[in-house]
Design a protein around this ligand. Structure first.
Ligand code: FAD
Length: 392
């Protein structure tokens, strides 16, 4: 019996956070025993995720009626700590579970919630976001994809861009213009778009690592039922605001979707020692910078989580954590380059380890752009947290 079928009654063992952590650790070790990091496929990761959920080890803090276990957030903190190092074995669910599911919990109808949320938690449904367009990124009020009402459907036309993992995703939350006659923020709506529908054309975009993590999505008379509206028609801006708040928290260190909890400093010291450069002053300087950034991130992340839980800090506080993640990612990338030296520019073809590390280095700009650039986060912090005048 899966947890989904069992939501009315939490039949998983009553355990303290420590017992939960120990069980999760044992479970992860045994579930990944026969998997190799380099050979793990999307299907392997999805299967591990579903089994982890069925064992009551994922989505614990979600309400029982939505497919979780209604446990306190301490269990999520323990979860984040224990999965560090196993990221290769389970899919990154920060968009589906960290962003789309909470947005649906806030604004979805009871039918939409019942239909999707537990499936999102189990990984049976992968979701993405259709927000950015070639002419609308930081300024999402400029979104121009049209959704025109035709009977019980909306008909969608236009182009989205930078859509993460659209090839693997089943659904997207899409920001669309339902009333071009209203002021910019007023004519937008949020829709659930099934990505397998006719009229949805997904074209992968390659980044500088050679991978294609995001896509262009062309909508060409794609029909979406009116029942897929999340929130009210022409009130999509309200739903978007909630969504971006969840996104900034999900992409901050130490929260459900964050991947920066891993001890990057320890790994870099070990690397510098192995390369024989630990005594070099310039290397020690960059390592010190990583240490400081990680400590700041750790403290800011903890303060943010506690503040959000207690209600002392508001949603915009997620912008602080996201900025910290971006700064720490840059410090780690700079230190890695310094330690690797020329090896990091041109490595031997058989040295898979350096290739993997340099691929990570090339990804360092991501946290400073995805979910709103660092400049935009600075605006949010200045205006919403510090009460400074609004950006022109
Ligand atoms: C890894 C990754 C994953 C992504 N996934 C998705 C996804 O799944 N779905 C999706 O819809 N989008 C996604 N995006 C797109 C992302 O949300 C946008 O790239 C981002 O919001 C910036 O928009 P833009 O690229 O249009 O840049 P622009 O908005 O054109 O900004 C260009 C530059 O101008 C600066 N700028 C703009 N406005 C201001 C201002 N008011 N004050 C100061 N500076 C400003 C910006 O900081 C930036 O440096 C992803 C991006 C990345 C990197």
């Amino acid at each position: 019996m899966t947890l989904t079928e069992d939501v009315a009654q939490d039949r998983h063992p009553v355990e303290t956070p420590e017992e939960f952590g120990a069980r999760l650790r044992r479970w992860l070790r045994s579930a990944t025993e026969n998997l190799a990091p380099s050979a793990t496929t999307f299907a392997d990761r999805a299967a591990t995720h579903a089994a982890m959920y069925d064992a009551g080890l994922f989505g614990m803090t979600w309400p029982i009626e939505l497919g979780g276990r209604s446990l306190p957030t301490t269990y999520q903190t323990v979860f984040n700590r224990e999965v560090a190092g196993f990221e290769w074995a389970i899919p990154d669910s920060s968009v589906t579970v960290g962003i789309c599911a909470p947005t649906m919990a806030d604004h979805g109808t009871p039918e939409q919630q019942a239909r999707h949320i537990s499936r999102m938690l189990r990984g049976d449904e992968v979701w993405t976001q259709l927000l950015s367009e070639p002419g609308a990124g930081s300024d999402l009020a400029a979104v121009s994809v049209r959704a025109i009402r035709d009977g019980d459907d909306f008909v969608l036309d236009g182009q989205k861009i930078w859509t993460s993992d659209a090839v693997e995703a089943d659904y997207a939350l899409a920001l669309v213009r339902t009333d071009p006659g209203r002021p910019r923020h007023g004519g937008l709506s949020m829709l659930i778009v099934p990505l397998s529908e006719p009229g949805v054309d997904i074209r992968p975009l390659r980044d500088m690592t050679g991978d294609a993590p995001f896509n262009e999505v062309f909508l060409n008379e794609a029909r979406v039922p009116v029942a897929n509206l999340v929130g009210r028609e022409n009130e999509g801006w309200t739903v978007l605001t909630t969504m971006l708040r969840h996104e900034r928290i999900a992409l901050s260190a130490g929260t459900a979707g964050a991947r920066m909890d891993v001890d990057a400093f320890g790994a870099l010291v070990a690397l510098a020692r192995a390369r024989g450069v630990l005594d070099r002053t310039d290397v020690r300087d960059t390592l010190a910078e990583v240490f400081v950034q990680q400590r700041i991130l750790d403290i800011t992340g903890r303060r943010m989580r506690e503040g959000l839980e207690s209600g002392e800090l508001q949603g915009p506080a997620g912008s602080l954590g996201k900025m910290g993640t971006a700064m720490a990612a840059r410090a780690v990338a700079e230190a890695t380059l310094k330690i690797e030296g020329m090896e990091g520019v041109a490595w031997r073809p058989d040295d898979g380890q350096v290739a993997r590390r340099m691929r990570e280095v090339l990804q360092f700009p991501k946290p400073g752009i995805a979910g709103g650039t660092t400049e935009i986060q600075k605006n949010v912090v200045a205006e919403r947290l510090l009460g400074m005048p609004r950006d022109r």
